[in-house]
Ligand binder design. Structure first.
Ligand SMILES: Nc1ncnc2c1ncn2[C@@H]1O[C@H](COP(=O)(O)OP(=O)(O)OP(=O)(O)O)[C@@H](O)[C@H]1O
Ligand SMILES: Nc1ncnc2c1ncn2[C@@H]1O[C@H](COP(=O)(O)OP(=O)(O)OP(=O)(O)O)[C@@H](O)[C@H]1O
Length: 572
């Protein structure tokens, strides 16, 4: 159904092809997962299937890509639209209408489907993707995850034979991601839909793949095999595979269920061993979630701790905060403070209010009630030039932060805005993700590269409060682990970090504390291990595999085993 024959793509001005000699056949009714490190060319290959590469991106495609027999070099994307549905990394750039319902219907209208069929499919899709309440909403007012659901819904309604999906779950909360993947699997099994999907969060997707195609490094040949075969050699792999590799399991587990069956002996060796979790990272000041008791909107899952006498010296203090967007109150009576050196993960379903809370902390949205103090200032009343010394936000869409024509220009501006030494930002970029060229336009960076640049721009100013909105989209595991190292070092120096994330593995690695928002209110707040272990949605893979023990990450397990010596831990 999809066929690559000796395909190479060279972007204009690039010295070498981004991908070369690609041979791949995806038969009808198969789901193939494309994996590989950031910037290796996954989006480029997906774009070659939908025709975006080279028709929109420029550059030269050599060899042949065919979809349902049509050559994508001689067919423009709109001449492929009846067979291929595409969800890109940036849904906003693909939307053609203004409201949710219109967007879901648009693809079917262009294909001239009967009105009753369109009506039925729109209703089904609204239900399937949890969008029914948002049907009349302008797309511009949706949260990141809500937009991603609309983007997925809009390619599902015309029932295309082929789906090309670029990180389709990157903005989805864990439960929504599972639902979307289950829907895709049903399409593959029941309708024979062919799916080619790139995704970094393999813990979410690898078990749904029939086969995995690996691009191990830029320009390297593509490796194709079953998920287990490829995971055995891949430089990118999910935590269950890491655990299996660590303990020498064969075959490697791909799911939590497989791993649990194998983990009995490991659990015995780990029993009684001490672990260093992110909940106990050295001298982090004690924290508080305080506030006047709110009118009970719903039962609290966790009790609030008693108010603390003083919150002076805290980089962020939010008291009784409510925020309205349009006619809706999207945050209600939120009270929390963040201490120096503390890393807090904000989690919760799509639309829960995480980005809004971060926006309030940088003054992008004013409080409708309550107060926000950042370094003692009211962010929405403070000039940006003054605020930059107190707080920096890496937004969900890193593009919003970047305005120069080249990576070098962006970095020079960041150095000068932050009063940092020349080269500070550029050094950070190279440290986080090597291989980003100075003269590239930020628009032409891969998703992970662009995020890395935005992170470096914000981190250059080294503000006492660092806010990150979904900071691992497009990042491979290695880049993520370098990010973790960098953020840990900043926290150890006393920077407070708040990250809104759906990446449960990242939260487990990094955060001391997790705050879960639901419908604009905090419903859980506490040390990471306590909060995530109690939640089936937010527990990382290692926790699920090793429960009832409270391990969170593979690195904790590795350290505990090596500290206990070759014989393993206490066998109680
Ligand atoms: N339009 C373009 N013009 C020039 N270079 C480009 C363009 N698009 C992508 N590139 C370069 O091609 C390389 C591969 O990018 P691509 O987006 O395909 O990677 P990826 O594997 O999808 O990365 P990620 O996992 O970060 O999304 C990158 O180095 C990127 O800078
Ligand atoms: N102008 C607006 N009018 C009405 N509702 C809005 C407006 N802007 C945002 N919202 C709603 O506010 C809620 C909170 O959005 P926010 O972006 O803070 O959520 P989030 O928790 O960050 O979600 P995600 O995980 O999807 O990024 C969402 O339900 C969103 O649809």
């Amino acid at each position: 159904m999809i066929r690559f024959e000796d395909v190479s793509v060279t972007y204009d001005g690039a010295p070498e092809p981004t991908v070369r000699g690609i041979e791949l056949t995806v038969p009808e009714g198969e789901l193939v997962l494309l994996v590989g490190p950031s910037g290796v060319g996954k989006s480029t290959l997906l774009g070659a299937v939908s025709g975006l590469v080279p028709h929109f991106t420029g550059g030269t495609l050599r060899g042949r890509v065919t979809v349902a027999g049509r050559d994508t070099r001689t067919h423009k994307p709109r001449e492929l639209a009846d067979v291929v549905g595409t969800v890109g990394q940036d849904p906003l750039s693909h939307f053609v209408t203004d409201t949710v319902e219109d967007e879901l219907a648009y693809g079917m209208e262009s294909l001239g489907l009967a009105p009753d069929v369109m009506r039925r499919r729109v209703e089904e899709t609204l239900d399937l993707l949890g969008l029914a309440d948002l049907r009349d909403r302008p797309i511009s007012t949706l949260s990141g995850g809500q937009r991603q659901r609309v983007a997925i819904g809009s390619v599902l309604t015309p029932h295309p034979e082929v789906l090309v999906l670029d990180e389709p779950t990157s903005a989805l909360d864990p439960a929504a991601a599972e639902e979307v993947l289950a829907v895709l699997q049903r399409l593959v099994h029941d309708l024979g839909t062919t799916v080619l999907m790139a995704e970094h969060r393999l813990e979410r997707v690898v078990q749904y793949a029939d086969r995995v195609a690996l691009l191990p490094s830029p320009g390297a040949p593509l490796l194709l095999g079953t998920p287990a075969e490829v995971m055995a050699v891949s430089p990118v792999y999910p935590p269950v595979v890491a655990l299996g590799r660590l303990d020498g399991w064969s075959p490697l587990p791909l799911t939590v269920r497989d791993a649990r069956r194998r983990a009995g002996d490991l659990r015995n060796r780990l029993r009684g061993l001490p672990y260093e979790g992110p909940g106990a990272p050295g001298p982090v000041p004690t924290l508080s979630v305080t506030g006047a008791a709110a009118p009970a909107r719903r039962p609290r899952l966790f009790r609030r701790r008693p108010p603390e006498a003083s919150v002076t010296g805290r980089p962020a203090v939010v008291t009784g905060l409510s925020v309205r967007r349009g006619r809706t109150e999207v945050l209600h009576d939120v009270t929390l403070s963040v201490a120096p050196g503390e890393t807090v993960a904000l989690m919760g379903r799509n639309g829960a209010g995480k980005s809004t809370l971060l926006s309030a902390l940088v003054g992008l949205v004013p409080p409708s009630a309550g107060s926000v103090r950042v370094g003692g200032l009211q962010p929405h009343r403070t000039a940006p030039g003054d605020l930059i010394r107190h707080v920096g936000l890496v937004p969900q869409e890193p593009r919003d932060l970047l305005y120069a024509d080249t990576v070098a220009g962006e970095c020079a501006a960041a150095d000068s805005d932050a009063g940092a030494g020349a080269g500070a930002c550029r050094d950070l970029v190279s440290e986080l993700l090597p291989g980003i060229a100075d003269d590239t336009h930020p628009r032409d960076l891969s998703e992970g590269q662009r995020l890395t640049l935005a992170l470096a721009v914000v981190l250059t100013a080294r503000p006492p409060l660092i806010l990150l909105d979904e900071p691992t989209r497009g990042l491979d595991y290695a880049a993520k682990s370098r990010l973790v190292t960098l953020l840990r070092a900043l926290a150890a120096e006393g920077h407070a970090i708040v990250l809104a994330t759906h990446d449960v593995e990242l939260a487990a690695e990094l955060s001391h504390r997790v705050v879960i928002l639901a419908d604009g209110e905090p419903v859980a707040d506490g040390p990471t291990a306590e909060v995530v272990v109690a939640s089936p949605s937010f527990a990382p893979q290692v926790t699920k595999v090793l429960s009832p023990q409270k391990w969170l990450t593979v690195s904790q397990v590795r350290e505990a085993l090596s500290a206990s010596g070759p014989a393993g831990g206490a066998q109680s």
